[in-house]
Structures are given as C-alpha cells and as structure tokens.
Write a protein that binds this ligand. Structure first.
Ligand SMILES: C[S@@+](CC[C@H](N)C(=O)[O-])C[C@H]1O[C@@H](n2cnc3c(N)ncnc32)[C@H](O)[C@@H]1O
Length: 272
C-alpha cells in the first residue's frame, strides 16, 4: 500500500504523456476550478484525515502499481472522479468486495466524509486521492482500469466557463490510455447542455463508442445504482438525469487524431 500523499499544488501538475504517443502532445497542466475547502472539519474528520488518509492515499509521484495498491489482488479496478462525499464510492466498494476502487476528490471536506464511510464500513478495497483526478490518470499504467465513473461533474453552465468542464477531448485521450478495451466510462448529468457537450466529444473520439439500444439505456441508471448527493438534489429540483455508458473500444492510441468519427468496435464488457 502506498502511504504518501502528494502535496504539490494542483496547478503545478504537468502530466505530459510519455508512454503513448497517440494520447496527445499538449500538456495536461491545468487549473483545478471549484472549492478545495468548506466549513471547518469536526474533530472526528480531522482525526480521520490525520490517521486514516495516509493509509489509503494513492501516491501519484510514481507510476501506480495496480498489484500493490491493495492488500490482495483485485479482480477489477475502477476509478471514480469527483466522488463528492463518497457515498457512491462506498456503496460500490461494499457491493463489490473483490474489486478495487480509486476515488479522487479535490474538496477536502468531501475526502473527510469519504474516510468516515471507509472506516465505518471497514472497507479494504478503496483508495483515495485528494486533488486533481488528472494526476491519478497520468500515474496509472496503460490499460489498468476496468471502468470509470464521472457522476454529475461540475456543469460550468456559463459559456465562458465551459472550458473548465472536466470532460474534454484531451481527457478522453488520456482516459483511453488507462482504460482497457471493453472498459466502461459511466457518466451522469442532470444538465442538458452538459449532456450534449459530452456526447459531442464522445462521438468525435475514436476511442469511445456510445451504442444505446433504446432510450432506457440513458434514461435509467446502472444496475445496482445507489445514487449520489447531487442526484438527490437534481431529482428534488425536478431535473431528469441522463446516464451514459461509453465503451472503450479497440482503437489504438497512435492512430487517434482528435477529431474523427467514433468507431464502434465490439469488445468484452466489464464485470461491474
Ligand atoms: C457537482 S459535484 C458532484 C459530486 C458527486 N459526484 C455527486 O454526484 O454527488 C462535482 C465534484 O467534482 C469534484 N471535482 C471537480 N473537478 C475535479 C478534479 N479535477 N479532480 C477531482 N475532483 C474534482 C468537485 O470538488 C466536486 O466535489
């Protein structure tokens, strides 16, 4: 288990891809938008940050070794980007004890809440990263992931703020490197404009396919779905979420110009 937390400021991250020429040449240096801290932590949360976080933290200062992440080898490895307070991450970990989960969250108070769930549930199959998920993606080896959740990412609704959205052509290329063929990218949003934005990028990516059989595929959540805090708020405010499942196809990274049509290549489905 890696016990070191990388404390570099997030906007100093330079996550240039070295091992995969097709994954894009530009730097992933990026600013992390949004809140990092909220209300003062309770004594219990402070104690969890001090005592439990070091034991479950993912070290991104070196390549992540999937085999060494957990006490025992895991049958599958999933990443949740922006887990908020961690309720979905903890529910997944409870439901799939043979799988391993890495959760990334930039909001300190959310990390503290997730630690409480990990401790209360005695969850041994969760690792956390406090900071920009892009750092974890860059530290993962090729094809390491069986799936990724990006649930209700910040929508940045104003036109001038849209470039802040997490999902971009570049992120898709970077995710494509670390997701094995057949891995799923599960994306939920309650903001129509963000749904359209995301689909446009998926459809021009050669690495991901979206092939819904019926409207139920995106109107209804995944099997075993436990919900998230943002989803509860969205439903309360009468917004209808969309649940997209994008499949990492077999397209090799080196043949991947940024703007080309999506190729639907059949491949094995992940286990969750
Ligand atoms: C709108 S909230 C949704 C939280 C949760 N997924 C839910 O559905 O309740 C988006 C979350 O993503 C986190 N976030 C945004 N950009 C991030 C990044 N680059 N890396 C890690 N977390 C990020 C934010 O801190 C925030 O907690």
């Amino acid at each position: 288990m890696n016990a070191q937390v990388n404390a570099r400021p997030i906007n100093s991250i330079d996550a240039r891809p070295e091992s995969h020429p097709g994954a894009g040449r530009s730097s992933a240096k990026g600013t992390l938008y949004g809140r990092r801290k909220g209300k003062r932590l309770t004594a219990r949360h402070e104690s969890l940050i001090a005592k439990v976080l070091p034991a479950v933290a993912v070290d991104v200062s070196q390549p992540i070794d999937r085999a060494a992440l957990f006490e025992a080898p895991v049958a599958a490895l999933w990443l949740e980007i922006g887990f908020g307070s961690g309720e979905h991450l903890a529910a997944l970990a409870r439901a799939h004890p043979a799988a391993g989960f890495i959760g990334c969250e930039a909001f300190h108070n959310g990390v503290a809440k997730a630690l409480a769930l990990i401790e209360e549930g005695g969850l041994k199959n969760v690792r956390l990263y406090e900071g920009d998920a892009r750092a974890v993606i860059e530290a993962l080896p090729d094809g390491a992931l069986d799936g990724v959740y990006l649930l209700y990412p910040d929508p940045w609704p104003k036109r001038r703020q849209r470039k802040r959205r997490f999902l971009s052509d570049e992120i898709l290329q970077r995710l494509a490197r670390v997701m094995r063929p057949g891995a799923e990218l599960r994306f939920a949003t309650d903001i129509d404009d963000n749904a359209g934005w995301t689909l446009a990028r998926i459809l021009r990516s050669r690495h991901f396919s979206w092939t819904p059989a019926t409207a139920r595929d995106w109107r209804e959540p995944w099997q075993g779905w436990s919900g998230t805090r943002y989803e509860t708020k969205a439903l309360r405010e009468q917004r209808k979420p969309a649940y997209f499942t994008f499949l990492r196809n077999d397209a090799p990274l080196q043949d991947a110009p940024l703007e080309s049509a999506s190729a639907a290549v059949p491949c094995e489905r992940p286990a969750l």
